[in-house]
Design a protein. Sequence first.
Lengths: 251, 517
Amino acid sequence: MIKLEKVNSEQHQEIKVLTEGVLTNNAKLHMSHIMPQEFEQASQYYPLFLCKDSDSGRFQPMALFGLAADENIYQTSGLWEKCYLPLKLQSQPFYLIADPEQEDNNEVDKPCLAIDINDIRVQANQGESLFSEGKATAYLKQQANVLAELSKGFMQNSDFIALLSEHDLIEPVALDIKYNNGQEYKLDGLYSINKEMLEKVPTDIRKEFEQRGYVTLMIAMLSSINHVGTLIDIKNEFNAQQQSSHTKRIN
Amino acid sequence: MSKSLKHVVIVGGGSAGWSTAGSIAAMHNSKSKQGIKVTLIESPDVSSVGVGEGTWPTMRGTLQKMGVSETDFMRQCDVSFKQGSKFVKWVTGSEDDFYYHPFVLPQGYFDINLFKYWQQDSQGKSYSDAVCFQEQLCEKGLAPKLITSPEYAAAANYAYHLDAGKFSEFLKSHCINNLGVEYVSDHVGTIKSTDSGDIHSVNTKNHGDISGDLFVDCTGFSSLLIGKHYQVPFISKKDVLFIDTALAVQIPYEEDDAIASHTISTAQDAGWIWDIGLPSRRGVGHVYSSSHTSQVDAENVLRAYLHHSIGEKSEDLVFRKIDINPGFREKFWVNNCVAVGMAAGFLEPLEASALVMIELAATTISEQLPADRECMDIVAKHYNARFSYNWERIIDFLKLHYIASKRLDTAFWRDNRNPDTIPESLQELMSLWKHRSPSEYDFSHKREVFSAASYQYVLYGMDFEFTQMPSEANETEQKLAQRMFADNRKVTEKYVSALPTNRELISKVAKFGFSRV
């Protein structure tokens, strides 16, 4: 269970965070949020889709790591170390939360920095300190920057999605996967850009898309879908290995 | 050559006027110069009656065709989800007496009739609970879908509860702003006829004569065109459906009360009480037969009912009285004039037939819109036959609720089962249904208001006496039935654990809205 505490120099003076271990910590994560500023980079490694947030029903750009629930093919295949790590994962074990001390006054929500003290990387012995002589360390400042990027990204994403929805450019993508061993799997809940509708967008809107950098985002998302094929190949290979080692054992 | 139809004039607003305007304008592209022109004349100081707070699932398709966003509609018309009706105390009147008429069809409806297998071994479940997962969703106060479901898509088939006044306003602004409907706020006075008896134009106080090719009478009870002008007789059905008066009231919620996702209809000594949960309030009303009780007694019954949920507060409430004259016009379409809504007919709100009849009329008129005056008489002939049939079927279906009851405690219930008050068409069906289930053979029209499944839910919910035809059990079918019951249990479990409460989802719609895809 995640347990968030507002970061402060008194309470967290002695705490350290291991910089290694993000990947093993997320070994069963099958997707993660992607921000506009990292779209292009992420699209070189992961298939990017839009998915609905289960709590709000709103679309969020996501990078897919697996083709089934709890599956992370990048981690199981050892590929992950060579890939770009999304901001959302870089920011762990830190989070932005609504300031518990500010909740009652009427000021605009100013988020504050929090740490998940139940994260396995958070302990007292090794790793980066958060504070040194009561002052934030370079590590903490860097993590705070990543979170600031993230929160900027979430807002930009929501503008991007709003414009896509307004022009009916989002369409569901059904992935019907058939593995070499005959196993079939239907992956739904994924959405992408509707190319046909995109061609029908009036010139002035198209211009707006270009000016806001949305065309680059859309191209990145559409081209990244090819990575699904790579993931299927890796799984086929993995299945074949499993099969042959199983056969060997029987023999 | 006969004059082609180019201009439809709708007299009267309300749910009827604006639904008809919206359906015709959307289908016939009124916002383009080449489309059919639609003008709606609404009197500035006639207020609509504001009944019909429940819809049928067909409303989803109707709104979608008009290009309405479900999120906008839900936010602006104070809308909650409706998954069917719960009938309380209709069978025996005892405290634990209830049954459901859900919107989801029985499991395997098109492949097998599960009734006889349920009758052989009900496993302690009611018919609707054994064959349909929706009763459990309603009993547990759950919503029919998720916030991630697209607009109008359902996990469990659903309709709406809505604020009828806000609904008219919402459709009005959609019709004017998005669909190209011409709006005239004025009083309609005299009517000018042509030699053939058609309406040439209607005269308005400030906008002069407004002429058109087809006139739609949406003037409600006053029935200005079809009733007053054409003198089409009204066929009263008070001898079949005794209810003629309603007392209505709005009840605010206590903080975070659950919002029921079904209409609750509770039988009383001389009528029944509706209870409809909107997001911001409940709408409650007592409909009764004035020949079987007095207004004072009816008010006391309603107060006693409300006392259960709001206690002392029920004592100061003031009820609004509405007269119900059950029945419909002998014809609905005469010359170049067709009546929609209460101008055409009206019945007690049991099974929420008011709005669905408006939708059905508006859809039929749009889809069958005659190309020219010559075609119009043929279309009118078909329309009249179809809608007389529709009204008759609704009356049969409503009457079914009263005659399948086993209550003998008051004159109202006993009189309802007097054969002289039961339409012959229904008596015939009841004879058939003693030995076989209601089937699609009995309701073979396209777009029937109530399908055989609805009749099954009511009959078997009400413990209707039934004797099997003596025949050997078919083993294959027996197995299929067992599988269907098991499937229903599985689906019920799955939905009960996955769906949010009705109030949760309605709050999320207000906050986030649904996506179109």
